[in-house]
Design a protein around this ligand. Sequence first.
Ligand SMILES: *[C@@H]1O[C@H](CO)[C@@H](O)[C@H](O)[C@H]1NC(C)=O
Ligand SMILES: *[C@@H]1O[C@H](CO)[C@@H](O)[C@H](O)[C@H]1NC(C)=O
Ligand SMILES: *[C@@H]1O[C@H](CO)[C@@H](O)[C@H](O)[C@H]1NC(C)=O
Length: 298
Amino acid sequence: MMRFIDCHLFLLFYAAVLPQHFTADGKVMMEYIGATGIPVTFDFVPVEDKIDFHFILGFAIDADPSGNAQNGIFSPYWANTLTPESVLAMKNNHPNAKALASLSGWSLANKVLRWYNPKDPKLWISNAFSSLKSIAQNYHLDGIDIDYENFPMNSNASFAYCIGELTSLLKNQSVISVATIAPFHTTVLPYIELFNGYGNVIDYVNHQFYTDKVRTPEAFLRAFQLRAMQFNKDKLLPSYEVNGRGIQGDAFFDALALLENNGFDVNGVMIFSADASSSNDYYYERKSQAFLLNCTKV
Ligand SMILES: *[C@@H]1O[C@H](CO)[C@@H](O)[C@H](O)[C@H]1NC(C)=O
Ligand SMILES: *[C@@H]1O[C@H](CO)[C@@H](O)[C@H](O)[C@H]1NC(C)=O
Ligand SMILES: *[C@@H]1O[C@H](CO)[C@@H](O)[C@H](O)[C@H]1NC(C)=O
């Protein structure tokens, strides 16, 4: 009960002092959807009213259907059950929900996708801007997530430049309002370079903690401390892979509590993915949102 009261006093204070930043409780959910090929829909995913809920559609890819790069011309490859009409209906049902397109992902048509150094970076950026603008308008999207997962040697600079400039342009032309990045264990370096150059246009870091191979709350805390130093602790979200790698089961919620007890504000949670959660009635989505709404910090 004390916690409940503290929480509300804090929110009243927050609303009075910083009205322009007052979105819901300031807590966010990131939910990947549509990446595994099963006919998933938004309909059964629990979305709490007070959470700034982001569906991240996987994936928009700079490639033709055989996986050949198209010089910055992106196409949507998420589950075809996630239609423009269904995105619109979902957003009408949940005014607090947003939809993002995640860029790239691991593979397409059994071809591993890689960042490549475009021959003409300005042309790549211009192609990417136009194609993503048309996808965003068609699908009623609010943002992009950057999920390049393979980098050849010496590609850091072109990645940071092209993706940073693209994101800046999409934001300053009001095509998108949200941008997130999804580094994992072995790809943090190019993402640090991107974040150092363009952190002002990056809202959240969906670090894939499940690739850090930590299985206990204590080890999760140490991984979070490391990633918080590399990026920005307030933009960094703890993450969970359903039926996947890393910490599993309710130990994840013990890890969230441990983060709070060690001085971190848990500002949100990222889950991969709705495709897998449909078989367990979205247990982790429900429990994560309950955790975020309960102001567990003491
Ligand atoms: C990125 O740059 C760092 C040095 O800043 C280097 O150690 C690393 O190998 C580079 N990574 C890639 C993928 O090129
Ligand atoms: C928008 O961002 C692009 C890419 O960084 C930049 O070249 C351009 O000057 C910006 N325009 C405005 C109006 O800020
Ligand atoms: C909310 O907080 C109370 C008090 O700490 C706790 O007993 C309860 O289990 C929490 N509920 C959820 C859904 O986390």
